[in-house]
Design a protein around this ligand. Structure first.
Ligand code: HEM
Length: 524
């Protein structure tokens, strides 16, 4: 889930002064001479300000855009400096190939978690776990029990139930002629799907539990720019005994802790019942937690951190992608009509689209892919080289932060025809042979989920959730907006790429003859 960074600090001036002072101290007292460059040059560096270096780029509202602009002017592989902290930036598919393929293991860590004692991005974090035993143990479990293709087959009923609930809710709004915020509805859908998949039940709407979880996810995301800065400056500031944004980042952790402890105790009580069979991710993790001979001895905090990160990584990413793609469809009625025709010819109008239909709906799949290409919710990926290496013929020192601008790569005019336009058919009418696609420069030109060992493990789930949500909205409703066109301006109040004006529109039911037997009756 790493990402696009926006910094919107009201007190950014104070922050700059503070960093300036701290890093001056650092450079005066602690900075070491550079190590050997093994006879190679560092990547070129664009002009920068004295002392702060390229900090202004990080503090801009749309960081991916500032990075894109500077790359198109000075080259696809650049060395930036934030004070004295080096960051290597790339916006080239070919360098991304070197990073995620040739250097995959070397870049499979993300550096230090910014705050040790936090469930969210702290020392028990999965996201910040170094590439080692814990990471391998957990990643395997996530693939086999939760997010891999077979695990997804087993949890299909959960998503079918939640899709029905999503449809009924939209229908209810449509009948009352109420408008809906697509992002909010999609976030609820994804939140429920993920909660049910990881702990066997959704969060109850009745006692405010769902709202609390949602609130905590939003609060966590709002902290993400600070987490990113905390990560960049962790090492130099630690030497000065300073930890950036500790208080803020830690503040959300106890609230998640209280909620997750409740869920864990609930599960432990159920597991004590006779004949109880472990059947969700939380059961499996609790079994591993209590097993002296487990492959890896996990802690209670590992379980809680993982759930926080799955919720945060999985909910808003998919919700934003749904919102952006619906906005593109509303602005492109011909594409919307073609998509609807495909759904009608494959699914008909007596039942709701289901995820088993997706493989027969190539145009819908292309619409989803194109939405993610133009509007990747995580628009930059951040990794750290463990050892010195070579990228694009340049020397990269060990422990260097590497930023891959996936947004720029997926709009690179050298590889994409009309890169700024929404053209789903580009994913269907590919005349390239498989062999041609293996051309190094081309392989990683499409990376909304990043790539390599640390690439997103939720991509299969995301494709399915996006496909069914967009499918139902197109199959069952027309959409009315205020004005002629949806405003597609970007913003980034968190680490995610969001719409400056969230998509609000009114569903109008289409005439379908849905058979009652085609709808699941979701359990609450
Ligand atoms: C449209 C939806 C999504 C997008 C665009 C997205 C994108 C990403 C990206 C770019 C990364 C960073 C990878 C890297 O550093 O190379 C990531 C990591 C991650 N994502 Fe997703 N993601 C999405 C949905 C999901 C879902 C549904 C889940 C699970 C429920 C999920 C779980 C994770 C996890 C756990 C990581 C950390 C992986 C690791 O550290 O090994 N994501 N995601």
């Amino acid at each position: 889930m790493a990402a696009m960074i926006t910094v919107d600090f009201q007190n950014s001036f104070a922050f700059i002064l503070f960093c300036l002072f701290s890093l001056l101290c650092y450079s005066l007292f602690f900075r070491k001479a550079k190590g050997s460059r093994a006879g190679r040059d560092l990547p070129p560096s664009p002009p920068s300000f004295p002392v702060i270096g390229h900090l202004h780029l990080l503090l801009s509202v749309l960081v991916h855009k500032s990075f894109q602009k500077i790359s198109s002017k000075y080259g696809p592989l650049l060395l930036l400096r934030i004070f004295h902290v080096p960051i290597v930036l790339t916006s080239s598919a070919s360098v991304a190939y070197e990073i995620f393929r040739a250097q995959d293991v070397n870049v499979s860590s993300r550096g230090h978690p910014p705050v040790e004692e936090s469930l969210w991005f702290g020392s028990s974090s999965f996201f910040f776990a170094p590439y080692g035993d814990y990471f391998k143990f957990m990643r395997k479990l996530i693939a086999t029990k939760l997010l891999g293709p077979q695990a997804l087959d087993r949890s299909r009923k959960i998503r079918a139930d939640e899709l029905d609930r999503f449809y009924r809710n939209l229908l209810d709004k449509a009948m009352k002629k109420e408008s809906v915020e697509i992002g909010e509805e999609a976030a609820k859908l994804n939140n429920n799907i993920i909660c049910k998949m990881i702990m066997g039940r959704s969060c109850s709407e009745k006692n405010g539990e769902a709202e609390r979880v949602r609130g905590l996810v939003i609060e966590s995301l709002a902290l993400s720019p600070k987490i990113f800065l905390g990560m960049i400056f962790h090492k130099p500031l630690k030497k000065l005994g300073i930890s950036l944004f500790q208080k803020d980042i830690k503040s959300v952790s106890p609230k998640f802790d209280e909620l997750l402890e409740k869920f864990l105790v609930e599960h432990e009580e159920k597991m004590e019942e006779d004949h109880y069979k472990a059947n969700d991710m939380m059961d499996l993790l609790l079994e591993a937690y209590g097993d002296e001979n487990a492959e890896y001895k996990i802690t209670r905090n590992h379980i809680k951190s993982l759930f926080v990160e799955l919720l945060v990584a999985g909910t808003d990413t998919s919700a934003l992608a749904t919102q952006w793609t619906m906005a593109e469809l509303i602005n492109n009625p011909t594409i919307l009509e073609r998509l609807r025709e495909e759904i009608e010819s494959v699914v008909g109008n007596t039942r709701l689209i289901q995820e088993t239909d997706l493989s027969n709906l190539p145009y819908l799949q292309s619409v989803v892919k194109e939405g993610l290409r133009l509007h990747p919710p995580a628009s930059i990926s951040v990794r750290m080289s463990q050892e010195r290496c070579e990228l694009g013929g340049f020397y990269i020192p060990e422990k260097t932060l590497l930023v891959v601008n996936t947004y720029a790569i997926m709009r690179d005019p050298n590889f994409w025809e009309d890169p700024e336009e929404f053209k789903p058919e580009r994913f269907i009418t590919s005349s390239r042979s498989e062999q041609e696609d293996e051309i190094r420069e081309e392989v990683l030109k499409y990376i909304p989920f990043s790539a390599g060992r640390r690439g997103c493990p939720g991509s299969n789930l995301a494709y399915v959730s996006l496909g069914i949500a967009i499918g139902v909205m197109v199959q069952c409703f027309d959409w009315r907006i205020k004005g002629e066109k949806v405003n597609m301006s970007e913003t980034a109040g968190t680490i995610m790429l969001a719409m400056a004006q969230p998509l609000k529109c009114t569903p109008v039911p289409r005439t379908l003859n849905l058979l009652p037997s085609s709808l699941h009756i979701p359990s609450s």
